[in-house]
Design a protein around this ligand. Structure first.
Ligand code: FES
Length: 153
């Protein structure tokens, strides 16, 4: 029995359960790999293209392995007004990744999220749950460099 079949052993092999299965796999592995797509397709007796279609339809599913540091850029109303688009641009310039991507070293990945609940600090990001606010280009780059150097773990 492969690892996906073991993971999904309690789920009935009915196509309507595919989303539930994908959520379970993502919770366990952090993303949906090519291998997982093939094994899930085999489990439900459908083609990998069918599984890929479901994965790409729902934004909750990640196709890239998350980096060691998950950067979440808030794009709630306050942060949007205060420049969340610019924040993402600065991250792209410094690390070379855009939304839902992971850098080559596997150090950082980036996602956009809704309000992080600290709007008075807009624009806000969190890195592995630690919140950084009132960001400008200089302060953001300084924070990212600290993570790169391993000054913050
Ligand atoms: S809108 Fe960004 S923290 Fe609320």
């Amino acid at each position: 029995m492969d690892r996906i079949s073991r993971m999904l052993s309690g789920i009935e092999k009915d196509r309507s359960n595919m989303i539930k299965a994908l959520q379970l796999v993502q919770d366990e592995e952090g993303y949906i790999s090519d291998e997982s797509i093939s094994l899930i397709a085999k489990y439900f007796s459908v083609s990998p293209v069918d599984v890929e279609g479901v994965v790409s339809f729902y934004t909750q599913f990640k196709r890239n392995k998350p980096g060691k540091y998950q950067i979440s850029v808030c794009d709630g109303t306050a942060c949007h007004i205060k420049g969340s688009t610019l924040v993402k641009e600065w991250i792209r310039e410094e690390i070379g990744i855009s939304d839902n991507e992971t850098d080559r070293e596997g150090l950082f990945s980036l996602q956009t999220v809704a309000c992080l609940g600290c709007c008075s600090l807009a624009p806000v990001i969190s890195i592995n749950g630690k919140v950084y606010g009132k960001l400008d280009r200089k302060s953001l780059i300084k924070i990212l460099k600290k993570y790169k150097r391993g000054d913050i773990v």
